[in-house]
Design a protein around this ligand. Sequence first.
Ligand SMILES: [Zn+2]
Length: 61
Amino acid sequence: MPATNDLGVKRRCLSCAAAFFDLGRTPILCPKCGVDFKVVELPRRYPLSPTGATTPRFNRK
Ligand SMILES: [Zn+2]
């Protein structure tokens, strides 16, 4: 199971075909040739954190 890390998503440069990680940044620039990587974002669903742990506002003193 691939763990998420700070490297971001692995990309392949469309210009020089170098493989690199986008470091989670935008715009994504190829570290080799510096070309702007045009991202076609895939629909990615983030798991929503459960709200069961929230404190009810009316219950505060
Ligand atoms: Zn490149």
